[in-house]
Design a protein around this ligand. Sequence first.
Ligand code: PLP
Length: 525
Amino acid sequence: MSESHSHSRSADESRALHAVQEAADNVRAGRREFFKLTGLSAAALGAAGLAAPDEAAAQGHGGPYAREFVLEARRLYMNVGTTGSTPRDVLRELAQNNREVAADPLTSFATQTLRNTIAAGFGADPNEIVMSFNTTDGMSKIMAGLVLPPGSEIITTNMEHPGGNGPMAIARDRMGLTLRRINLPTSDAMSDAEVLLRFQQARTAATKAIVFSSPPFLTGVRLNEKQLCTWAAREGLISIVDGAHTPGMVDLNFHDMGADFFAGSGHKWQCGPGQTGILYVRNGNSPAAYTKTATVYNGFGTPTTDNVVLNLPAYTNQNALPRFFPTVSAAYSGAPGSVLANGERSASQNVAATLMSIGNPSYPALKALQEVCSMWDRWGRQAIEDYLVALAQYLRARLTAVWGARCLAAPYDSATPHFARVGLTAFNPFSPGFDFNADLTVAQAAEQTAASGAAVTALREQFNIVVRNTNCPHSLRSNPALAADATTTGATTSSHPLRISTHLFHDARDVDRLVRALLQVVPRR
Ligand SMILES: Cc1ncc(COP(=O)(O)O)c(C=O)c1O
């Protein structure tokens, strides 16, 4: 145990630390199990490029998979929420594939094979998984493809990212829609039930769709995606999830979630190369699980067998498929009966192929996205989620022990409610009483903006630790009547929490290093 653990820990901190160690053991056990199954010895792993080279042991980051990454050794990178870091073996393949394409420019990879390989890992049919450019690209394609009558309303939130807000604003202006925003509750006001209630209260006869990000980038507090999507389905509403952060962070199951559309990043927690994303378009409504035969490649592009049976989960959302146009596609003809003609849908269509028919992509980048997804499937998506959540809970327990129960965007709860099943943690040591929900005057907000920015800079320059802060609308206080929407007020009383990302390449010692640094750069009791 490092000396960093020598401070006297609260019971919550001790329990959380134990959970981190247990989750890390599970991740490592899954890895050993995989190697056993593949029959690869350590020597063979090295030859196959699957073992970490020795110099990786000098890696500054901890965590069960730190050695798989090439992160700068002394810097502690905790801003995966902005973008991730591609694993070394995938980087090597990417470089090699780029070279192959340069040597023989007509080299390509069948994108259907890539989709066949990754879709089941997301609880989706290969026809539903579009390898997009990023979340913003996905949200743009979703919002532009919807067909809604003028006067329709979309319920969304006050915490959407520009990557969702921009496409929504275009849809509003093109189709004559109204965007109604609910204020998401935070800290002591946060609960799944409260979020659902606020959506329900905003619903009118004109409501046609809901759009929400989970987790919102400002707080990192996860919403209950399935609860919101199934409510929307029951009400006959289309559900659209901006899930930028969740691919690679949590074990997603799109059929079970019930979303009609989901846009996420491939380059954040999934650690794919830049400009990669996962876009899901629900393309069925089977109430029963089903199987599908497809070609699946494992590991680094080696076919395990030509035909593999995918076991795909039942659809929670059994509504008819909403009309949808592939607004960027070379495969659309509009001929009667052709794919997505006039936006009409049927479960037999290959929506993903239509949306990926966009001229020449970067095949090596798409291949690399498939490889990181396969890597995660192999390592075990549930084990990865459990580790990330345990580590984030340890961080939250440590922050709570120093700054108190109200410093976090959602209260620390050792029972780990759904809203805590996320690798992002926002906390605010700058507000009066270290209270995330404290009301700020304009002057206090200005002071906080400066203090928070200075803390991010000090962490980077003095401690070589990278986090970010966010500009959180001052709407989220226990009393929603105090709400002020950042988009309409200019956010003059918004707060500036710090936002920390903890991933597979971090461990409890990294969290301790961060907390030690925080104790020196932010206000404390
Ligand atoms: C909630 C949310 N949506 C969208 C985006 C944009 O992501 P991308 O860079 O993948 O387009 C982000 C990025 O931080 C985000 O947090």
